[in-house]
Ligand binder design. Structure first.
Ligand code: GLP
Length: 270
């Protein structure tokens, strides 16, 4: 697993936006062979999304031939609900770039048959040939997507019950009222994420420091689903200094040293 440690959230976001932008451009995606991107919601990816919007406006990056699959969606929130992940994605990214609406895939939290909706989503990922790169974030309890502690490490897209901690953490988007946060969600599984050719996880801020330590310095464990990244052939964590506060000094020094070159240059888009 690669770990890139940036001074600040801003430099982390800019580097990640350029890194993925470079991957998209290098793949020379077409309608027949699009670049397939897995995407998260939450505050962690917001910096990457604004940077992509800038790169698009500057004519350096196009999403015309990019197909996206979002990680998760709350059950019971319609597409127009201000806190639905549909609304989040359109207002923070899709409305500002040239992505085609038919290329956007987000689980439907209002589906009459939620399990069927999960199978449909998995089948669509398979039909397109899998995900090229899955971008994600983590919760303070180390969850990726909504794969809460104890989730099967080979899980597929399904319904999950959210923990009290996660609902508490996400209540900041629901006027700090935990009773307004849905209790269940549809989420891709750990296995779904791990099937991607590459997985890049954003970890920023002190509230994620404990989860980062568990995921990086301890063994693969279903109680910290992020730890599964250790088994991925192309797994990368991009974090800020604050998130490293519980890592050993030696771990931080090691990764800073071996990633010195990557950290020193912004990936070029051409
Ligand atoms: C939610 C999402 C996760 C996300 C996490 C962290 O629980 N399901 O995919 O990684 O929040 O969110 P934030 O980036 O806002 O800290």
């Amino acid at each position: 697993m690669r770990i890139l440690i940036f001074d600040h959230y801003q430099s982390m976001s800019k580097w990640v936006a350029h890194y993925i932008g470079q991957k998209i451009n290098q793949a020379k995606p077409s309608k027949e062979k699009p670049f397939v991107l897995g995407l998260p919601t939450g505050s962690s990816p917001l910096g990457v999304y604004s940077e992509w919007i800038e790169l698009y406006k500057q004519g350096l990056l196009s999403f015309q031939n990019v197909v996206t699959f979002n990680m998760d969606e709350y059950i019971g929130l319609g597409k127009d609900h201000l806190q639905s992940y549909h609304h989040f994605m359109w207002s923070n990214l899709f409305n500002h770039i040239d992505i085609r609406e038919e290329n956007v895939n987000i689980l439907d939290g209002m589906a009459a048959d939620p399990l069927q909706e999960c199978w449909r989503f998995e089948a669509k990922i398979r039909e397109i040939g899998g995900i090229d790169l899955f971008l994600g974030g983590i919760g303070p309890d180390g969850h990726i997507a909504f794969n809460e502690p104890g989730s099967s490490l080979s899980s597929r897209t399904r319904i999950k019950t959210l923990t009290h901690d996660t609902r508490m953490a996400n209540s900041r988007f629901f006027s700090n009222d935990i009773s307004k946060v849905p209790k269940t969600a549809l989420t891709v599984g750990v296995g779904t994420i791990m099937d991607a050719n590459e997985v890049l996880i954003l970890v920023n801020g002190y509230s994620k420091a404990h989860a980062l330590q568990k995921g990086v310095e301890e063994a693969v464990n279903h109680m910290w689903t992020i730890s599964m990244l250790q088994l991925h052939q192309h797994g990368m964590i991009c974090c800020d200094e604050e998130a490293t506060l519980e890592l050993k000094v030696g771990t931080v020094k090691y990764f800073k040293d071996i990633e010195r070159e990557a950290l020193g240059a912004l990936p070029v888009l051409n």
